[in-house]
Design a protein around this ligand. Structure first.
Ligand code: ADP
Ligand code: MG
Length: 400
């Protein structure tokens, strides 16, 4: 796989370099609530600008419906990028139209432009190869014949999309620093991780993560389950879960996992239940097998945190994906904070995957350097750990 350093040694001064970045940040109106992904994209952009490249960034934001929608404009991202880079980042008003063409034509050596949300064009995510190919042709034409492509949006490499996959077949393509680092970390996890190897999974739905749970169970020493998915496991053990999040259709497959790998699966022994889904709900701590009717589990309880933390502190390798509770509500953030703190306190090789988990680390005030690696791509890292091919990486490895 050719990477950014290869491109830099070929020389980029005066060349246009199209960079697919992952700048999909959470927004509250026009305010970015967590700029982690913008900051993660900086090293690759800086290396290119310092070498004199004319950088054209392309990225998506949210889930617009394949047409321009001001709610999903990348304008706040362009502003934040400019602040962090200490230079203006021009935002084109469109993706491959007149505005983009004039912005790209006006770039000078070492300057940066951002194209408007790539998902404003329905071809980006089309299932039809020809439709995606047509958009990729236009993106390649926008940057011109001498251009290069750098794939640095790790959060999207599991998607076969025009700006991720198809464009890499049309321009000389290189893995950016972020994609390279992420892939290396994941190879360590799937290769021969130091033992004991513990995985903590949380988040909301079992169905999202069943694939990775099945793939990981044979490889890990312990798999700790928190978050909303814990209640499907508790229900599979025959316990009532009140009005907690429950995926009835997953109970059978969860039962099977418990039967086959019960020795490795660690479930919460107590939970924090609330009388409604709200930041200021009434709450109490109850045993995991005694959730009262009408109450919902929104966090793991203190005894569970202690048990999980004990396992994590003893582990040599830890992968964590998915918050242990509804950490967005401070009253239900203790479980997530406790798990994160135990990982920080351990000497393990530790990887955090998942957008919400990474956001939790930052919003709960934990030191980012307390983890060996914080992944920017939840879905992509899970699919890799599941053993699936990542099209956006495969295309960089293959022949053009
Ligand atoms: P990640 O983005 O790290 O992969 P997910 O997207 O799978 O994580 O899940 C994150 C969400 O799960 C958070 O918004 C959190 O509020 C929610 N969550 C965690 N525990 C619970 C729970 N007990 N009930 C409902 N939602 C929960
Ligand atoms: Mg998420």
């Amino acid at each position: 796989m050719k990477n950014l350093d290869d491109l830099l040694s070929e020389g980029v001064r005066g060349r246009r370099v199209l960079v697919r970045a992952d700048l999909n940040v959470p927004l509250d109106g026009e305010k970015i609530t967590d700029d982690g992904r913008v900051r993660a994209s900086l090293p690759t952009v800086r290396k290119l600008t310092e070498a004199g490249a004319r950088v054209v960034l392309t990225a998506h934001l949210g889930r617009p419906k394949g047409e321009p929608d001001p709610k999903f404009s990348l304008a706040p991202v362009a502003r934040r990028l400019g602040e962090l880079l200490g230079t203006d980042v021009l935002l084109a008003g469109d993706l491959v139209g007149d505005s983009a063409k004039s912005v790209v034509a006006g770039l000078t050596d070492g300057s940066v432009a951002l194209l408007e949300n790539v998902r404003f064009d329905a071809r980006e995510t089309s299932k039809d190869d020809a439709e995606r190919g047509a958009l990729a042709d236009e993106l390649a034409a926008l940057v011109g014949p001498d251009a290069a492509f750098v794939s640095d949006g790790f959060g999207v490499v599991h998607r076969k999309q025009a700006s991720v996959y198809d464009v890499a077949k049309r321009l000389p393509a290189y893995a950016g620093g972020l994609v390279l680092a992420e892939v290396e970390v994941l190879r360590t996890l799937t290769g021969d991780p130091k033992r004991p190897y513990a995985v903590v999974l949380g988040g909301s739905k079992v169905s999202d993560k069943l694939g990775v749970i099945k793939a990981l169970l044979p490889k890990v020493d312990k798999l700790l389950i928190g978050g909303g998915m814990a209640y499907t496991f508790l229900a599979a053990q025959g316990h009532g879960v009140g009005s907690s999040l429950l995926q009835e259709d997953q109970i059978e497959s969860t039962k099977q996992l418990l039967a086959e790998h019960g020795d490795k699966l660690v479930l919460p022994v107590d939970v924090v239940v609330a009388d409604r889904f709200a930041a200021d709900a009434d709450k109490q701590v109850v045993a995991a097998d005694a959730i009262p009717d009408g109450w919902m589990g929104l966090d793991i309880g203190p005894r569970s945190v202690e048990e999980f933390a004990g396992i994590l502190r003893e582990s040599a390798t830890v992968f964590w994906n998915g918050p242990a509770g509804v950490f967005e509500f401070p009253a239900f953030a203790d479980g997530t904070r406790g798990i994160a703190q135990a990982i920080v306190d351990s000497d393990s090789f530790s990887v955090v995957g998942g957008g919400d988990s990474a956001a939790a680390v930052r919003t709960l005030g934990l030191p980012e350097d307390g983890f060996s690696h914080i992944s920017t791509g939840g879905g992509a890292s899970l699919e890799y750990l599941e053993g699936k091919d990542l099209p956006g990486v495969a295309v960089l490895e293959g022949e053009r």
